[in-house]
Design a protein around this ligand. Sequence first.
Ligand code: MD3
Ligand code: FE
Length: 218
Amino acid sequence: MTIPWEGSVEADLFGTRRDESIGPGAMILRGFALDPGIPAQIARMTAVSPFRHMQTPGGRQIGVEMTNCGALGWVSDRRGYRYEHDDPLTGRPWPEMPDQFQRLAEMAAKRAGFAGFQPDACLINRYVPGVKMGLHQDRDEARFDAPIVSVSLGLPATFQFGGPDRGDPVAKHALNHGDVVVWGGPSRLNWHGILTLKKGDHPVTGPVRINLTFRQAA
Ligand code: MD3
Ligand code: FE
């Protein structure tokens, strides 16, 4: 049996093809983000807008530590989930999205079939061992026609990828340092999460995993 969206998992005679389709409109680009300039940019920006634990609208602390760069940043507090122009911690705009990030996200989206991606928000997540991100949908953006691009750095994690409905079966995919995932079209509103991070020591990030999530929020 052939599955149409598995067209990109065809033979790779020369071992150069690193793209894996994981569903309609969803693709893992292995090792697409290995540029050492990326961790340096994150260090520079988080010196200005540091990682912090946000609160859920219900008053619980989110385990993943977060910050943002770009014109808009995702925030959560007692008033809800939303995008804001200013970092509530500094009262200043979020650090500008580096051109290198913009280009990387645009190139990844294009490779996955979504030309013209112009993200205005980049959420930066930091996971320490023991922390997870439960199954959820990303639906705080103004429109859902643009894809989402995520970059994984540091410790490996297991990504859970479900379907458009809460109870749909969930597939698991390992995400390693430098992997980029693009979700768009039919999978844009799929449920997803990250299993509890295991302890480790990564040569680039040390004891943590960092994830960049590029979105067109406005
Ligand atoms: C799948 N972050 O920040 S990758 C998030 O690794 C988030 O930190 C995870 O889920 C992480 O919201 C998972 C990003 C991701 C983002 C949007 C998606 C995966 C997605 C939309 C649809 C399906
Ligand atoms: Fe998400």
